[in-house]
Design a protein around this ligand. Structure first.
Ligand SMILES: NC(=O)c1ccc[n+]([C@@H]2O[C@H](COP(=O)([O-])OP(=O)(O)OC[C@H]3O[C@@H](n4cnc5c(N)ncnc54)[C@H](O)[C@@H]3O)[C@@H](O)[C@H]2O)c1
Length: 353
């Protein structure tokens, strides 16, 4: 196994690994460990070039620093990528990946991400202890989706309060795109709190069945964003707010679990100009990372502690909205500022200690 360190300004460590015996070619980026060890998922993709893989791992690791800083997980930001076709996975490949993760001595802790499942992480675990997100039986925190859903519901309270002056769901209309692992528990929880729920999904049958079972309104996925609702909750895919849709939105707020809801950062400014409140995706969808992060806290995984922290997403969003109001900036920019302030405060406290 050949591990080399790359020089990447602004990153604590970016390393490349080649293992000829197993065919592994992978990168780990540790962006920042000011707040704690760098936790972030491992993904596997057939990147067209090493430059593309390095660009992705750097971008994603930086995003994790910000996400964890705002979420108060006590963790830093990191990520790993394996270059290759997921169809070519072998146990040996993941044993080698585990040795690569292990070579950083705990500075980077891995988890699931795109094209990487529990079975792969179980192989990784054979050669390193720095793995999170395994099942409860294996000492992990298990499926993160219900925790992500809880976090979004808590964040939604802050959204409702900001827009309507009350965090009550009673009588509010909420449109959820994507009734998957996160969208479903969100929908049932918000209905129980008094909201009127509309659902859509590219899988129309799934949405129809789910709506029928729970008494939600099913709307077609095509042009769903044109519905007049209080909150639009994208919970399927990214880039739903783009040049085509933005002029057609008739909601008062956007708050969902999907990553990268805004196609481009400028769409955040355009939402602000239209008077639509945007709950930054990485702030409101942090329930899963908060939950998994508890695994590496001193006492190990504890669901009660996880839930208390996840419920803090309400406060985190309140803080983001306050910064946005006071500084007259978009909420996405405000979230980044909050992260940077927390990082700066931690750096100063370390220097003074
Ligand atoms: N699961 C988590 O803990 C978690 C955490 C943070 C962010 N997210 C993000 O939230 C989103 C949903 O996650 P999930 O775990 O519920 O996924 P999922 O795969 O369980 O569900 C996604 C649902 O969206 C639908 N869908 C997919 N593409 C669509 C499209 N183009 N148009 C309309 N519907 C579409 C699918 O049919 C499915 O029902 C993803 O973007 C994911 O990256 C999830």
């Amino acid at each position: 196994m050949d591990i080399t360190e790359l020089t990447e300004p602004g990153y604590e460590k970016v390393v490349r690994c080649v293992d000829r015996a197993t065919g592994l070619l992978a990168f780990i980026a540790v962006h920042d460990t000011t707040l704690g060890p760098a936790l972030g998922g491992m993904r596997m993709l057939p990147y067209a070039s090493e430059d593309e893989a390095i660009f992705d791992v750097k971008r994603l690791s930086r995003g994790m620093t910000y996400k964890s800083a705002v979420a108060n997980t006590g963790l830093g930001g990191g990520k790993s990528v394996i270059m290759g076709d997921p169809a070519g996975k072998t146990p040996e490949l993941f044993h080698a990946m585990g040795r690569f993760v292990d070579s950083l001595g705990g500075k980077y802790i891995t988890a699931e991400d795109m094209n990487i499942g529990i079975a792969d992480l179980q192989q990784v675990k054979k050669t390193t202890q720095y793995v999170t997100g395994l099942s409860r039986e294996e000492g992990g925190s298990g499926n993160p989706s219900p925790y992500t859903a809880r976090g979004v519901v808590m964040g939604m309270r802050a959204v409702l309060e900001e827009v309507f002056g009350s965090d009550s769901f009673e009588g509010r209309t909420i449109l959820i795109q994507g009734v998957g692992a996160v969208g479903q528990p969100m929908a049932t929880d918000m209905k129980a709190r008094g909201a009127k729920i509309l659902v859509c999904d590219i899988d129309e049958k799934r949405a129809a069945r789910f709506a029928e079972e729970h008494g939600f309104q099913h709307v077609p996925d095509l042009d769903h964003h044109k519905h007049e609702v209080d909150v639009y909750a994208p919970c399927a895919r990214g880039a739903g707010v783009n040049d085509r849709t933005i002029g057609e939105l008739r909601c008062k707020a956007i708050a969902g679990c999907a990553n990268n809801i805004l196609l481009e950062p400028r769409h955040g400014d355009e939402l602000k100009a239209k008077g639509i409140l945007y709950a930054p995706d990485y702030v409101i969808n942090a329930g899963g990372i908060i939950n998994v992060g508890i695994e590496v806290s001193p006492g190990g995984y504890n669901e009660a502690v996880a839930i208390e922290r996840i419920d803090g997403i309400y406060d985190n969003l309140k803080e983001v909205f306050q910064i946005a109001r006071e500084e007259n900036i978009g909420t996405e920019v405000a979230a980044d500022r909050l992260a940077e302030r927390r990082l700066e405060a931690a750096r100063q406290a370390k220097q003074e200690a």
